[in-house]
Ligand binder design. Sequence first.
Ligand code: MG
Length: 201
Amino acid sequence: MKIFCVGLNYKEHIAEMKHAAFPESPVIFMKPPTALLKNGQSFFYPDFSSDVHYEGEIVLRVCKNGKKIDKKFAHKYYDAFTLGFDFTARDLQAEQKSKGWPWEIAKGFDGSAFIGDFIPLVSNKIISFSILKNKEIVQQGDTSMLLFSFDEIVSYISKFFTLQQGDLIYTGTPKGVGAVKIGDVLEGFVEDKLLVSCTIK
Ligand code: MG
């Protein structure tokens, strides 16, 4: 199982990260399977960072194997989604970026890929979601705000990597990312349905 992530896929998040330009193609990075945590598990604050951020995102689940998938067929390759958190050690990421080095240690560490419960995906229906920290809304997004659509992302990833059933794709975060501290509770809703809940320990 592979975990793909898209960076910089919502315009207002690109602005808050102080990037001058929008990417011309999806920005892809990966997390290892050991990064995965699910509803019912807790995220333990790592000792190598003092600035861990949540990034609430829609996560797609790949339902069949494929490579070099044409955009017009891409919708056949995912059939379910949930909300998840792309936990990021922002201090390590800034340090790695400043040196021009890969940022895996900031993005792929143990527990950095939290996911909720999957629900079937109804194609062409706009998905609206909210992320709450300690019961206050901190992020809101919907799929009309995506710079690259699900189909564009799937097609692009499959140029380079064979997609396999069960692979996960984090599709990017809207604006409102922020730090977490021990004791915080993060929740993600699609409309009024709670899909993901994570306590920071
Ligand atoms: Mg992210």
